[in-house]
Design a protein around this ligand. Structure first.
Ligand SMILES: Nc1ncnc2c1ncn2[C@@H]1O[C@H](COP(=O)(O)OP(=O)(O)OP(=O)(O)O)[C@@H](O)[C@H]1O
Ligand SMILES: [Mg+2]
Length: 504
């Protein structure tokens, strides 16, 4: 028997200046199901979710909750009706601790006083985190000191603390490693068994099978189809999302590697997370670094880029020593970095696409020191075309772009700076299948042009698909090195967890 939906969306439309983000969208959610929302970057997934949550007010259409029409004027309204969210962007107050973030503005008080009961707050926060198998997260230090995966877990804990009936998860696993995903899915399955309806936005196809019940496909703001998981094969599903035929995902052009671009010798940091890393990267080469979250990969990238000062070891860029130099210096010498956390380090969110595109290349683009808005726009428009960034114009703030399109602006920034050694840290996180392939193709083209690329990624499949060579990193050291096609996914995965013995 067909179950009654708890939530029904009819004919929902929402426009922003220049964009029809949702165009008469249909959607329904049953109790106890995981309903996956899929579609390319900018398809309207987050916008639909935000309308359901009360963050945006739709222009047209209706939302029914348990058969009754509702109009939320704010997320508070949504929460009052049992609808909560874990946002794609981290929304925590960075200098508050985990417990303070989870119970922000509804802190438990000591009875008979107006004082916050910190002990209870800590205890409750710990309990929720323990139920997420994250009891080891320090709930007493400012969350900004935690890594992205841990911050994401706190976001999830916060949502659960409302005891909701509908949960919106917008790319919740984007920053989680494989090891953290399964416990998280266990949690989601438990919520489903309790009859909670879950709206799940994700770009990772394998997750649809692992966790999803039904799928709704959006494309360019339009409702395409709702289907059961497994009703279509992956390829057909991708074709529905992108509206065209997709053949090969990873394409590598054969090219010569010439001369050393980057080398580190026994690099170590002050926190003990990088413990003697020696790597080399040649021109024309894509080198992947495989490892679990916490292996020290991002920390190593930060040392190379000069964000953190090394405690020991050396760094050479095109043969010239740059150990301990500031980012501005290494950038001048051709290094670029696509940071893992692009919202925090990669973009000036309130500034325009045009401005972000030339942010690190001002001097070379405008040698006279006089910035021409027209030239700036033209350059940005070129990259929008090249990278197929979806935006009506280049003058709007990047904060208005969908997650995947923001990533493309970061890439444009380094391309326009003519960087020839680029570190890609989780380059395709939160990026749809179509855009992923465009970014892979772009990386391949850059390598073919002689640029050197260091790629850090938790998606082992893409590390293997794209790299000429792979370093395996564990506990801050390089424990193995394999050439393209020399090793299977399983072998590398085991080496990441266990160390080098496995690879010998
Ligand atoms: N606040 C806003 N102001 C202006 N335009 C917006 C705003 N929010 C979203 N948009 C636009 O609406 C469209 C849909 O965006 P949305 O964020 O819903 O996409 P998405 O499917 O979640 O994409 P992604 O997978 O990249 O997260 C995009 O073209 C985006 O630029
Ligand atoms: Mg989104």
């Amino acid at each position: 028997m067909e179950q009654q939906p708890i939530l029904t969306v009819r004919d929902l439309s929402k426009s922003f200046p220049g964009v029809r983000a949702l165009d008469r969208v249909e959607f329904d959610l049953r109790a106890g199901e995981v309903h996956v929302l899929v579609g390319e970057n900018g398809a309207g997934k987050s916008t639909l979710a935000k309308c359901i949550l009360g963050m945006y007010q739709p222009d047209e259409g209706e939302i029914h909750l348990h058969g009754e029409k509702v109009c939320f004027s704010s997320p508070k309204d949504g929460i009052a009706h049992g609808i909560v969210a874990v946002y794609q962007e981290l929304t925590m107050v960075p200098y508050l601790n985990a417990a303070q973030n989870i119970f922000l503005n509804r802190e438990p008080l000591i009875r008979g006083t107006g004082l916050i009961n910190h002990r209870k707050m800590q205890r409750d926060a710990k309990a929720i985190l323990a139920s997420l198998s994250c009891a080891d997260i320090d709930t007493k230090i400012p969350v900004k000191l935690l890594d992205v995966a841990q911050q994401q877990m706190i976001e999830i804990a916060k949502a659960l603390s409302f005891k909701p009936r509908i949960i919106v998860l917008d790319e919740p696993t984007a920053s989680l490693s494989e090891r953290e995903i399964e416990p998280f899915f266990e949690q989601v399955r438990m919520l489903r068994e309790q009859g909670i309806g879950i709206i799940y936005v994700s770009h990772r196809m394998q997750e649809y099978h692992r966790i999803g019940d039904r799928i709704t496909v959006l494309r360019d703001g339009k409702f395409i189809r709702t289907l059961d998981v497994g009703e279509l094969g992956d390829e057909e599903l991708v074709n529905l999302m992108v509206g065209r035929d997709i053949s090969q995902v990873y394409v590598r052009t054969k090219n010569e590697h010439s001369g050393e671009a980057l080398r580190t010798e026994e690099l170590r940091d002050h926190k003990g997370r990088v413990n003697g890393c020696s790597i080399t990267l040649n021109r024309g080469e894509i080198v992947g670094i495989a490892g679990l979250v916490g292996a020290g990969r991002t920390e190593m990238a930060r040392l190379i880029f000069g964000i953190d000062k090394p405690a020991g070891g050396k760094i050479f860029l095109h043969g010239k020593e740059v150990t301990g130099k500031a980012p501005s210096y290494v950038v001048k010498n051709g290094l670029g970095l696509l940071p893992e956390d692009r919202k925090r380090y990669g973009l000036a969110l309130k500034s325009s696409i045009a401005w972000n595109t030339v942010a690190v290349s001002l001097k070379s683009v405008f040698p006279s020191g006089i910035v021409s808005e027209r030239k700036n726009r033209k350059i940005a428009e070129e990259y929008v075309r090249l990278l197929k960034t979806s935006t009506p114009d280049v003058v709007r703030p990047v904060s208005q772009l969908s997650g995947g399109n923001q990533q493309k602006v970061v890439i444009a920034k380094w391309l326009s700076a003519k960087s020839d050694v680029i570190i890609f840290d989780e380059p395709t996180r939160g990026i749809d299948v179509g855009a992923k392939m465009e970014i892979y193709a772009l990386m391949d083209r850059l390598a073919a042009e002689g640029k050197a690329i260091l790629m850090i990624s938790s998606e082992l499949q893409e590390v293997i698909g794209m790299s000429d060579r792979i370093y395996i990193m564990k506990d801050g050291t390089i424990t193995g090195e394999v050439m393209r096609n020399e090793c299977s996914l399983e072998e590398i995965g085991r080496a990441m967890v266990l160390g080098k013995e496995v690879l010998a």
